[in-house]
Design a protein around this ligand. Structure first.
Ligand code: FAD
Length: 820
């Protein structure tokens, strides 16, 4: 019995050492101290000491440990590690690790999170949003752009160029605006509320493309020539990577450049002959310079020994003879400029390579490095902005539209949708603010960029689907009165571009995340790849034992958190949010532990087990999203009125985290291991449920009632109440309908009759007759009626108006007269 007590003490000491992540030598001393106390008490005998020394000595004597443990492991490791292609290697090396690393550590540092300053706009950026951005939104008539013209009107194109909308990322020294990432995000959010064509047209040149690549890698000559022209809008850029045969697998482009000599402007120069067939290229039909990705080959060895130099990026003027450009694709009825670019044996000098000949073969690295920034901004911001506008519009519509004598927004079924829309809108804005702030602090978080791209575009698709359902037929019938249908049509575009979502979730988030964010995996990989055997062993030994300690610690911590419901985990606040911080720490620890087990069991095979990888990525992603929500709540002064939104976003994210863990364990390749792991991380099942009906109800109220929380949700969107801005007019209609309800009640009471809440102009007349309304009140009712009708009415068209090809009318007429 006494021996059992000391055994429990030893286990407790090991558990404490693991929980607090003590160093191996300190943990050894701790156990030795317990054994010594046991010996003094006469309860621990020689056998226990021998056992202890047999284990402790080889582990603590570095030379013995390296020779007999680390060296054999290194040998096995080198055999089982999967081959990594150059493009995979470059993708993994690109960018930085930021808050994703904190999550992966299993012990996020909350002080660090809350020490990050809240994102703010400069006076100049704010003035741009209040001035030119507001004006651009005003000039964008969505119906005219989408249906009548299939393009922005020329005056809007000119306005965008004159006001440097395409130069937000270009440095001031070259004439650009040099806005912060946060400001770029706010501009795109506002524009996206006014239409996808406008937001995409502005988003693309400011994202991954010639502007970004030139600033980072261009030669001084290239910068001096192109950047001022791009800043002034004299040049319009596009970037062509995708080919018919290479979409997601962009590294497999068949497009080539062959190094050769040729004649350029009358002189013989060293250059390359380009043959390519690109499609889906945004802005290509109007571009004046084309950023082109191709594989550079040097069969004659004109540049050196290397024959296949690899992916290379060059800038080609669009008026180059033989360049086939200008035709358009038609992306889902959202006609932003997009089309193919083709060329065969086009000769250009080597100087056309971005960065000059020395950057030959560096194209993939350039692209993935820039992608970690651009992918954090454009699509997440467009998605968040669209969602914010949709949230306000749907709340207003649901309050104004009545069925069964009630605003539809009061029906519980509709509240479910409104809850999801509002909760996601709060979360998405939180994510764009926190992430763009990271960029402004110099981070290039490649894994986070994939998380933002995937989750914000998916959430936007969910929100727009929900909003369509709430709007019913009003959302379906296209026309100038429809402010939501195009967003619904266009949602799959955001899902597909910049890394299609299935691929991003299943391959990229965890695939890169595990390598980049894990504190030891990359170190082990680099150590194994080191040709200096002695150094390789040193580094591998350090990484391996760090890794083993990390895994044991995460197992102990996971089990402890599961037993205690993480109630003793750290949290910087002891209010309503405390439990959320603690849960994030718990699941971050689970992520670190389960990742290690999955990698240990499956090794390189995990890359092919995409669905397991996707679920591990989901855990990482939802914990990132949840962190952003807590950060936003704090940055905005812990507004109690916003708590329903915070609770919704947190509970949904943590519920989704638990679903991912649950499904991962259910689908673990070894059933028994899955069950054993469940005993460690989730022995009592899930803690979180989907957000409750009560929360949905509270958020539905926020969306349907003007209040500070609602204002914060829609902050920065184009809501000015003027003709041509459906979002602003809906806000006015909501105010007027709410103000007219008590007047309507007054009239009903005086008339001793429950009148239907329609024909409010007639209700106004009745109120005047009964002497219960003033002229002003009657006017308000009449105005509210006009606004109500505008809100619920849809458009209709003459059949001919809807025909894209009106010449068919003549053909049909001829046919029918012939038949007659
Ligand atoms: C409107 C629009 C604008 C675009 N703009 C540009 C541009 O300006 N410049 C440019 O170069 N390109 C552009 N693209 C191309 C875009 O980046 C590609 O469409 C995208 O990379 C996907 O390629 P794909 O369409 O050929 O799909 P595919 O590669 O054929 O993929 C089909 C499906 O398979 C999935 N998938 C593929 N591989 C895997 C995997 N290993 N694991 C799991 N799932 C996988 C994908 O997620 C996708 O769902 C644009 C595309 C569109 C539609």
């Amino acid at each position: 019995m006494q021996s059992l007590f000391w055994l429990v003490l030893v286990i407790a000491a090991l558990g404490a050492a693991s929980y607090w992540r003590l160093k191996l030598n300190i943990a050894t001393l701790l156990v030795a101290a317990v054994l010594a106390a046991g010996s003094i008490a006469g309860q621990v005998g020689q056998l226990s000491w021998i056992l202890f020394l047999l284990i402790a000595l080889p582990l603590n004597i570095s030379t013995v440990r390296k020779q007999y443990i680390s060296a054999p492991f290194l040998k096995i490791y080198r055999k089982i590690m999967p081959e990594m292609s150059r493009t995979e290697q470059e993708a993994i090396d690109a960018g930085t690790v930021w808050w994703d690393g904190e999550i992966f550590s299993g012990k996020p540092d909350w002080q660090k999170l809350h020490a990050i300053p809240a994102a703010r706009l400069s006076a100049e950026e704010q003035a741009f949003l209040d001035g030119p951005v507001e004006e651009a939104c005003r000039m964008a008539d969505e119906w005219e752009i989408n249906h009548k013209r299939a393009d922005l009107p020329p005056e809007l194109w000119q306005f965008l160029k004159d006001n440097k909308f395409f130069a937000m990322i270009i440095k001031k020294e070259y004439g650009g605006l040099q806005f912060s990432a946060y400001a770029q995000s706010r501009v795109l959010q506002k524009l996206s509320g006014s239409g996808i064509v406008l937001a995409s047209t502005v988003g693309v040149p400011n994202s991954l493309g010639p502007g970004e690549l030139l600033q980072h890698y261009g030669t001084q000559e290239q910068k001096d020539h192109y950047l001022p022209r791009l800043a002034k809008g004299e040049d319009i850029p596009c970037f062509a990577l995708t080919s018919p045969e290479a979409g997601s697998d962009a590294g497999a482009i068949p497009d080539v450049g062959i190094v050769c000599k040729g004649i350029w402007q009358g002189e013989e120069v060293l250059g390359m002959k380009l043959t390519f067939n690109k499609r889906y290229i945004t802005l290509a039909p109007v571009a004046t310079i084309v950023g082109l990705a191709f594989k550079l080959q040097d069969p004659e060895g004109l540049l050196g020994k290397e024959k296949d130099l690899g992916i290379t990026c060059a800038l080609i003027p669009s008026d180059l003879e033989g360049l086939d450009i200008g035709r358009r694709h038609f992306p889902l009825n959202i006609p932003f400029q997009n089309g193919p670019v083709r060329g065969k044996d086009l000769f250009v000098p080597l100087d056309f390579i971005i960065g000059g000949p020395k950057m030959a073969g560096q194209g993939w690295r350039m692209l993935v490095e820039c992608l970690s920034v651009g992918r954090c901004i454009t699509l997440p911001s467009n998605s968040a902005g669209g969602t914010k506008s949709v949230a306000l519009a749907t709340g207003a519509y649901a309050r104004i539209r009545r069925q069964f004598k009630l605003p539809v927004g009061k029906m519980e079924g509709v509240e479910e949708m409104l809850g999801r829309i509002g909760g996601n809108a709060y979360l998405m804005d939180a994510v764009t603010s926190m992430t763009t702030k990271a960029l402004d602090m110099g981070e290039k978080p490649s894994v986070i960029s994939a998380i933002c791209k995937y989750h914000l575009t998916e959430k936007m698709r969910q929100v727009v689907n929900d909003a369509m359902d709430v709007h019913g037929g009003k959302g379906i019938i296209l026309g100038p009165n429809n402010y939501i249908g195009r967003g619904y049509q266009g949602a799959p575009i955001a899902i597909t571009v910049e890394g299609a979502n299935i691929l991003t979730r299943n391959m990229m988030i965890f695939g890169q995340g595990a390598m980049r964010c894990h504190p030891y995996v990359l170190k082990e990989l680099y150590a194994a790849a080191n040709d200096d055997q002695q150094q390789a062993l040193e580094e591998f030994d350090e990484a391996l034992f760090g890794h083993i300690g990390f895994t044991i610690s995460n197992k102990v911590r996971s089990f402890w958190f599961a037993l205690t419901g993480a109630r003793l985990a750290s949290a910087p606040f002891s209010d309503e949010t405390k439990g959320y911080y603690q849960s994030i720490e718990r699941y971050a620890t689970n992520l670190a532990f389960l990742s290690d087990v999955a990698m240990g069991v499956l090794g390189g095979e995990l890359k092919r087990r995409e669905r397991l990888s996707a679920r591990l990525g989901d855990i990482l992603s939802y914990l990132y999203l949840a962190t952003a929500v807590l950060k936003r709540y704090d940055d905005e002064g812990r507004q109690k009125a916003d708590l329903p939104l915070v609770h919704w976003a947190m509970q949904d994210s943590l519920y989704q985290t638990e679903v991912a863990i649950d499904e991962l364990l259910d689908n673990f390749p070894s059933k028994w291991l899955g069950k054993a792991l469940r005993l460690v991380v989730m022995p009592f099942g899930k803690k979180y449920a989907r957000p409750s009906d009560k929360l949905d109800h509270q958020i539905a109220q926020i969306l349907q009632t003007p209040c500070d929380s609602r204002d914060r949700l829609g902050k920065g969107q184009f809501l000015s109440r003027e003709e041509g801005n459906p979002a602003g007019l809906l806000e006015q209609a909501l105010d007027d309908i709410l103000a007219s309800e008590p007047l309507y009640d007054k009239v009903c009471k005086a008339a001793k009759e429950r009148l239907p809440f329609m024909q409010l102009d007639k209700v106004a007349e009745r109120g005047l007759e009964l002497g219960v309304l003033t002229e002003q009140e009657a006017e308000l009712l009449k105005r509210a009626e006009a606004e109500r009708l505008r809100t619920i009415n849809v458009d209709d068209f003459d059949s001919v108006e809807l025909m894209a090809d009106k010449s068919l009318l003549q053909t049909d007429k001829k046919k029918s007269s012939r038949a007659a």
